[in-house]
Design a protein around this ligand. Structure first.
Ligand code: 4AD
Ligand code: MG
Length: 459
């Protein structure tokens, strides 16, 4: 059995030869004496055209095939250099593997993304989602390839943890307790719980990642993370994947350097290995996409400190819903303004006020800001958050005390600063936001096979 991808790559070799292909009918049109089946076999973005005529034993049956039917076609491949598609198959037999009932929800017409979200189990068959999920798969592979080529070790950090890395309290608790009974009784007894203490789904693999960086030097994680953020936006999901490299003997500059290389590598990879899908996005999803991505691949990312960025933004406060002043956490509207209007390319914002960033970031000499970096990109805003980490035991303990954190919960983390501490840095790339960025898809729900957002957990 040959695949659509193999046929597209080598159709000249197969010219005038018999081939067998299986897939699903995307459309079937014809007249009294012949017809055209468009078949998607799933292996290649462009479908295969099959021509059949009265010679076919089951011509009558073929002419009536519904969209969605699973078929096996054998026939002669004929190169058609003049036509829109480079080849077609002249059918000798069309066998039905599985019929498709007439109420199939994916009839041949344009459906809204909204509608397709409601049938998430069928939407991977639709053009846009064929393109999205193949690109998602390729982006994942490109990321592994990027880090592996640079000798990073891939670490599997725990999904269930007692930690709240970001300190934002946005955790999903994991428990075996009968919560309903506990509510009735008016108390929760964690001694009876599986882990004998409250634990949660991880919000970030960073802290465990740091322990491995202090052993392997360069590591990365790539796994699911969970946040019970009640932000119902097109960029937030409750379950998303994060890539978190962590590098010993690296400062904030090194950190930004590797982040920039990684983004460019991913873009280069999808442009090379998914040209059909990328062309489709450029045509039907986001008209300026290809031009923008090529521009990003060639330009140097912008750099600006938080303090400078605030000075720029303050001059445009009349345009913002949420007014800017030093100390505020930048909102998406501000992030997008910086990257779309001021820099017109991806931009790193560095040195944020310590009070709006996590406890582990390295304090700058001004003692007001930390060695943080966020990467902002057009249309999305923040795609990466990272920092140099505090490597002084004394300073880290002081910061944790200020924030009311119990050092006992972080003894392993503090140990790293006692036993051969190094300057070290890392960042987290939101995988879904990266997929949105390279596909031009506007809603995070449309780049996740089965999205989980506030109030939504079907499948
Ligand atoms: O900026 P964040 O919260 O950083 C961290 O978690 C650090 N521990 C990373 C590190 O330094 N190792 O999250 C990192 C990225 C964000 O820039 C964003 O792209 C993505 O994760 N992200 C989300 N993506 C989808 N839905 C959400 N709810 C997200 N929250 C963060
Ligand atoms: Mg962040």
């Amino acid at each position: 059995l040959i695949t659509g991808r193999q046929l597209y790559k080598n159709y000249k070799e197969y010219d005038q030869q018999d081939v067998e292909i299986c897939g699903w009918v995307k459309s079937n049109r014809g007249s009294k004496n012949f017809g055209f089946l468009i078949i998607n076999d799933g292996t290649f973005f462009n479908p295969v055209q099959v021509v059949y005529d009265k010679e076919l034993d089951n011509f009558g049956e073929a002419a009536k095939l519904n969209v969605g039917t699973a078929v096996i076609v054998t026939g002669t491949l004929v190169a058609t250099p003049e036509a829109k598609q480079p080849f077609e198959i002249q059918a000798k037999s069309v066998e039905i593997e599985g019929s498709c009932s007439f109420d199939y929800p994916l009839q041949k017409k344009r459906h809204t993304f909204e509608y397709l979200r409601k049938i998430a189990h069928l939407r991977p068959r639709a053009n846009t989602f064929q393109a999205v999920f193949r690109v998602r798969s390729l982006v994942a592979y490109a990321i592994h390839k990027f880090f592996m080529e640079r000798d990073f070790v891939y670490v599997h950090t725990p999904i269930i943890t007692g930690q709240d890395c970001e300190g934002a309290g946005e955790m999903f608790q994991v428990t075996t307790l009968d919560l309903e009974a506990a509510v009735k009784k008016g108390e929760i007894n964690y001694e009876e719980d599986f882990f004998e203490k409250p634990v949660n789904l991880t919000v970030s693999g960073q802290l465990a990642g740091e322990t491995f960086a202090q052993a392997f030097r360069n590591i990365y994680t790539f796994g699911p993370t969970f946040r019970a953020e009640e932000s119902n936006t097109t960029r937030h999901a409750a379950e998303f994947w994060m890539i978190e490299p962590e590098m010993a003997f690296a400062d904030l500059e090194d950190n930004m350097e590797i982040a920039e290389q990684m983004i460019k590598y991913i873009i280069g990879y999808v442009l090379e290995y998914a040209p059909e899908e990328m062309k489709f996005f450029n045509q039907f999803v986001d008209k300026g996409l290809l031009e923008r991505l090529h521009h990003v691949a060639e330009s140097e990312f912008g750099r600006v400190t938080y303090t400078e960025a605030v000075k720029i933004l303050e001059q445009h406060n009349d345009q913002f819903q949420y007014k800017v002043s030093w100390g505020i956490d930048l909102q998406t509207e501000h992030e997008r303004f910086l990257t779309e209007k001021v820099f017109k390319k991806p931009v790193f914002v560095t040195d944020y006020p310590k009070d709006i960033k996590a406890f582990y970031m390295k304090m700058n000499d001004d003692e007001k800001t930390v060695a943080a970096m966020d990467l902002l990109v057009p249309a999305i805003g923040e795609i990466i958050g990272g920092s140099q980490r505090e490597d002084s035991l004394e300073k880290l303990e002081k910061r944790m005390a200020e924030l009311g954190m119990d050092p006992k919960d972080y003894d392993f983390y503090l140990d790293l600063r006692k036993y051969g501490s190094t300057r070290h840095s890392g960042f987290g790339l939101g995988f879904e936001r990266m997929v949105m960025y390279v596909t031009g898809m506007a809603n995070i729900r449309d780049v996740i096979p089965y999205p989980r957002t506030v109030g939504k957990c079907k499948y």
